[in-house]
Every structure is written in C-alpha cells, then in structure tokens.
Design a binder for this molecule. Sequence first.
Ligand code: ATP
Length: 363
Amino acid sequence: MTADVSIRNATKVFGSFRALDDVSLDIAAGEFIVLLGPSGCGKTTLLSILGGFLEPTSGTIAIGGRDMTHVAPAKRPTTTMFQDYALFPHMKLSDNVGFGLRMRGMAKAERDDRALALLDLVGLKASAGKKPHELSGGQRQRVALARALAVDPDVLLLDEPLGALDLKLRRQMQDELKAIQKRVGTTFIHVTHDQEEAMAIADRIVVMNHGHIEDVGAPSDIYMRPRSLFAAGFMGEANFLDARIDGVSGAEVRVETALGQAVLPASAFTAGKPSEGGKATLCIRPEHFRTGGEGGAAISLGSARIVDSAFFGAHLRCHLQPERPPERPSGVAITAHLPQTAKPQAGDLLELAVPADTIVALV
Ligand code: ATP
C-alpha cells in the first residue's frame, strides 16, 4: 500500500540545539523521496520523527491524511530500514522475511506465501531456505528490504541502507531499489549524504542543511535550477562568480563580474529578485562553458586565460583566471570542462560563454 505524507513546521530541539528547524514538506503517495545533506544536517532526526522514534518539539506529521504526531511507531503505517539491518542468523530467509507477519499473528501457510512472493520481488526466491551467512552483503540487503516490505507499510523509511556496501554493489543496489519501489508503489523516504545516490534513485530530492530545507525538486531541477547556493554546491561541482547588478530592464539583467559584463535573462534568477545596484552570485557548472562561439544562444561572460589543464577522458578539466594586471589579481578561479577537440592549452586566452538556459543567478 501507499500513502501521502505531510510534514508541517516540524522542529526538534535537543537542549539548546535546533536539529530540525521549521521543516514543512508534502510528499505524494508512491513518491521516492531522498533526504540529502551533509552529516549532522538533521536527515535522521526527520526520519525518526516520521517513524515515531522521536517526537517533534513542535509541528505535526500526517500520513494518509491522519495525524501521526504522537502515535507510537508500531501503530504507524511505516516501517524503518536501518543501515545495520540485522537479520536473524539462525532463521532461513523465508522466516526472516515472514517474521513481522508472525508477530502480527498471520498463519504459517499465508506467511510463507507472502515471504516467497517478496523474496521473488528481490530476486532471491530460489534461496528461501538459506541462512543469512550463506549470502553476500548485497543479497542480505535485499532480504532486509523484503522483510521491511512484508508487513506492507504505506511508507518505507530507509536510513542510509546502502552505506555499508562497497561502491560497485551500492550503484547496483540503487538501480534495484528504484525498480522495486516502482513495482510496489510504496512511498519511500530515503536518507543519504551521497549526491550521486540521490540522483540515481529519487523522484524528488530534499536538500537539507543545518536543520532546514534548502531546496526540493527533481534531480535535474536541483542540478540545473538550484534555488540556493548550498543546494547548487552540494549537487555537483559549480563555479560561483560574484556579480554586481548594473541594470534591470524587462526580461534582461545586466551584470558585471570579474570576467567582464554580461546580459542575463531574468529567468536565470531562480530565487530572489534582482535589483539595480544589488549583488548576485552566478552559478555555472564546469561542463556548461562554451568557447569560441559554439553552442547557439549563448551568454558571453568575458575572457579568461587557461592556467592548467588535465585529461579526464571525455573532456579536459581546465582551470582559468580572468586576465588582470599582476598588481590587481581578481582572486577568481574558474573550472571548466572543455572538449578535447577545442585543444585548450595553458596560456590560451578564451572567450567564455554559457548557453542561456544553463546559467543560474542567486541574490
Ligand atoms: P548523519 O548523516 O551524520 O547521520 P544527519 O543529517 O542524519 O547526520 P542527525 O542525526 O539528524 O543528522 O543529527 C542532527 C544534529 O542533531 C546533529 O548535530 C546531532 O549531533 C544532533 N542530535 C541528534 N540526536 C541528538 C540527541 N539525541 N541529543 C542531542 N543532539 C542530537
């Protein structure tokens, strides 16, 4: 089954420390939501409040339209899957998966049928009679997932479930987790600090920092149209260029940066309104730079000289600096990924531009 989740002004204070600060979020039934952020940002606190292991200091939680704020974990339509997903070592897999159903008094035959169906879902039906020690780490992880889904929660809460796996297995499990979630349709709320993992699995990512939400959106939305500097920086590499706003007219905003003057579309401002004489920060991904007029409708940013470059397979990773007299260094360093075909070399002076729909400005 599945349900929507509504978090309203959730705050959690430990002593004088606000681990969660006025968080509101609506999650649709069947969504795969990832809570993403650095260590200590409040992800686990929020997940624990959803699972009922912590009560919020203030604010409310509703699941499927019912207020759950003060309801005990066992009485909620949620199951939590932790990183350390201890399976019972002496039980075969089908009994591990059926354990929660036994606790609920389900008859053995029915329980076994359901356990087998779930082991089938995670690709382990043929191993139903094995014990956990006969499995690999990834397989044990799948059994834990089957066990969590066996009790048919409306919402599955996953706290860094792939954290203990090596990178290759982790990437493989991400794909499987996403496919399984789409098949069962249960709402998944998954915590990680790994931006690539979030991109690989989420319908929507919630970027958190210091107990509050910085940005919410589909992975491509947060990558291409971040609404905060923190979200832009956390979701992959970005160049941040300070800008002064020289003029605002209709759909255009004239700015001056260390590279020179540029005219931005007003739509580049994803958060906050530009005002003449004000400041902004331009956010540009390294792969979005164009040189020498290629790439169609581009915004010209000015010129910069290549300081060094390194081979990265599909592209060259170049560091550039604006051209300045030595007594007035700009202090600005730019990273650009340029195609090999451009044959960029240290010392070259390049005209930098970016396609209009890739530049983001934040005030
Ligand atoms: P991580 O990725 O490291 O698990 P997180 O984003 O999940 O981090 P939380 O576990 O939610 O972070 O913790 C948020 C902050 O609240 C941290 O600074 C943590 O030290 C603090 N905190 C969490 N639980 C308690 C508690 N019971 N008492 C005091 N402080 C706490």
